[in-house]
Design a protein around this ligand. Structure first.
Ligand SMILES: Cc1cc2nc3c(=O)[nH]c(=O)nc-3n(C[C@H](O)[C@H](O)[C@H](O)COP(=O)(O)O)c2cc1C
Length: 160
């Protein structure tokens, strides 16, 4: 039983979760979809991980999903998202993913990280604006690697 963990990360939090999942799964392959190509046909299970920027999943991951939609729908699939506004997850799923894929996938948010010192100028500006907004004020954005166990439990206890 082999698993591909296919992720897209900008500042590393989605990568951290991918690495944790990779350590916990015995026969898994880690794929940075921004840099690598992968044939999903050869895996039994596919985990897709992305961060959210301005409501959007990374475009490389989106492209991968749309190019391989039929294959993905024939596999065991998990989707995890790293984001600051976890309460918006349903909107992120509705706007970024195929409905059928979402319905058959295990879905989990893993929190996020907002390290302004790592960010590009444009991302710093957006972050400052969001931190002043009603939704962003006093918000602590924390990564939740401990949710990896629950995610994997749900994924691998699913009946085929
Ligand atoms: C410019 C910018 C825009 C963001 N937009 C959103 C957003 O629309 N919704 C959300 O929930 N989180 C948003 N976030 C939070 C990121 O998803 C979060 O920081 C995540 O951990 C980044 O993951 P990465 O390091 O793997 O790229 C944004 C962060 C930045 C810097």
């Amino acid at each position: 039983m082999s698993t591909a963990i296919i992720y897209a990360s900008t500042y590393g939090s989605t990568r951290k979760i991918a690495q944790i999942l990779n350590q916990k799964i015995s026969d898994s392959t880690l794929v940075d979809i921004k840099k690598e190509k992968i044939d999903p046909n050869v895996f039994d299970t596919i985990i897709l991980g992305s961060s959210i920027y301005i409501g959007q999943v990374d475009k490389h991951l989106k492209n991968f999903i749309s190019m391989n939609m039929d294959v993905l729908k024939s596999k065991r699939v998990g989707i995890y998202l790293c984001c600051g506004f976890e309460e918006n997850v349903q909107t992120y799923l509705d706007t970024n993913f195929d409905k059928e894929l979402v319905n058959r996938a295990v879905i989990m948010t893993m929190g996020g990280e907002m390290d302004v010192s790592k960010m590009s100028f444009a991302h710093k500006m957006i972050t400052r604006m969001v931190q002043k907004s009603e939704q962003g004020r006093n918000r602590e954005v924390v990564l939740h690697p401990e949710k990896a166990d629950e995610f994997l439990k749900q994924m691998f206890s699913q009946t085929e």
